[in-house]
Design a protein around this ligand. Structure first.
Ligand SMILES: *Cc1c(COP(=O)(O)O)cnc(C)c1O
Length: 398
């Protein structure tokens, strides 16, 4: 890396595949935007079919967001009001929010320096829990073998928040297909960009039938979900309608992106591992390693700032930002939605020193799959320079 190019833009998206245009034109021409307007093979139904096939699961239901999918998952599991749902404390504010939306109580579980769930704290909180919601935050997978085994001993259902984990595998199985229900996001910063959108997946016909109806398959619209019509028929008029359906335009934007997934996954992993190896050469930066069964599909990188004082950490973030790399320390950027102490809406308060320490020393940088090798070098150089500057204790600009 003999020289440093200007920092690339880490927030702009990839173009939507051109193939989406013809389908969008067709939909606009017909005005057929509502998924239940036409036959069973609406664009939304085709997206559900292809997504389920891609993940290797029986059923998929397209909804308005991952938050909607999480809410419907808890409703489909028939968790009673006030049920206690374990949630890792390192997650996005929308996740405990979805638990509250479903009338349940989020119980935060400690996460360690490796960004994953602290299994001792998890075990100690299991006895009082009614369900487990595992948020694979930033695509980092906690020990799913232990989590599934421990939950099974108590008969607790496991929901996977795989919003940011599309394409990640655990023991060669797709993340999102390990628990009873998996939930994905198509918000623009995720691997498939629909602007907004979400997907709920499961192998359980009764769960999906409940979710289909509650997502808004009113009257006999559930008949258009032909795989589960027999299950849904038994539920006629028995469930509330929360109306969280995806519309056909979103599906038309999303469906051609399934063909881009393999490339995005491979390039994202390559980019991440390339930058990680460079950052790990610094005594002040440390990228957590994946767990052995985990094959990741990252579109961002997280690393710990080690051996730095509070002031040095801020110097690091300022120096990277001044050179055009938005580097956010989770716990040190104002009102960060991933810092649990900002979630003043929680019904119960938590003191979680391990998670707090991790959030106060872990930095987050986007690393989209579209970046070129030269851009990756520029990003790594800027972060390494910032670490050197901060680590040597000099103020920026001196
Ligand atoms: C983005 C994200 C969500 C929320 O997804 P929406 O589709 O915006 O509701 C939830 N959990 C994680 C881990 C996320 O990254």
């Amino acid at each position: 890396m003999p020289f440093t190019d200007a920092a690339p833009d880490l927030y702009s998206a990839e173009p939507i595949p051109a193939e989406a245009r013809a389908e969008i034109d067709r939909i606009l021409q017909s005005g057929d935007l509502f998924r239940y307007n036409a036959a069973a093979t609406s664009p939304v139904a085709l997206l559900e079919r292809d997504f389920a096939e891609r993940l290797g699961c029986r059923f998929a239901l397209a909804v308005t967001s991952c938050s909607s999918a999480l809410f419907l998952a808890m409703k489909a599991l028939e968790l009673p009001l006030g049920a206690r749902v374990l949630v890792p404390a390192f997650t996005f504010a929308a996740v405990p929010s979805s638990v509250i939306h479903a009338g349940c109580i989020p119980v935060l579980v400690e996460c360690g320096a490796d960004l994953r769930i602290d299994m001792d704290d998890f075990s100690s909180k299991l006895d009082d829990a009614d369900a487990v919601l595992i948020s694979h935050m930033r695509g980092h997978t906690s020990d799913m073998d232990q989590i599934m085994a421990l939950a099974a001993t108590r008969g607790l259902p496991v929901i996977e928040d795989a919003a940011h984990s599309l394409g990640t595998k655990w023991n060669e199985k797709n993340i999102g297909t390990i628990g009873r229900i998996g939930c994905f996001s198509f918000q623009s910063y995720k691997l498939m960009n629909g602007g907004e959108g979400g997907m709920l997946v499961t192998d359980d016909a009764q769960l999906i039938a409940r979710a289909v109806i509650m997502s808004g398959a009113y009257e006999h619209n559930w008949r258009k979900h032909d795989l589960i019509a027999a299950e849904a028929e038994k539920l006629q008029n028995c469930l509330p309608l929360y109306n969280m359906r995806m519309n056909n335009l979103s599906a038309a934007v999303l469906r051609p992106q399934l063909k881009e997934l393999d490339r995005r996954i491979l390039d994202g992993r390559h980019n991440h591992d390339y930058v990680a190896a460079l950052l790990n050469t610094s005594p002040w930066l440390s990228v957590p390693a994946p767990l052995p069964p985990e094959l990741r599909a990252p579109d961002s990188i997280q690393f710990a700032l080690t051996g730095m004082s509070d002031a040095q950490m801020l110097t690091f973030a300022d120096a990277a930002n001044v050179r055009g790399i938005p580097a956010q320390i989770f716990g040190r950027s104002e009102n960060n939605a991933r810092a649990f102490w900002n979630w003043n809406f929680l019904p119960e308060k938590y003191d979680l020193p391990k998670t707090r320490d991790m959030l106060l020393s872990t930095c987050d940088v986007r690393l989209p799959a579209r970046l070129t090798p030269r851009e990756l070098d520029a990003i790594a150089r800027i972060l390494l320079d910032a670490a050197l500057l901060a680590g040597q204790g000099r103020a920026y600009g001196t």
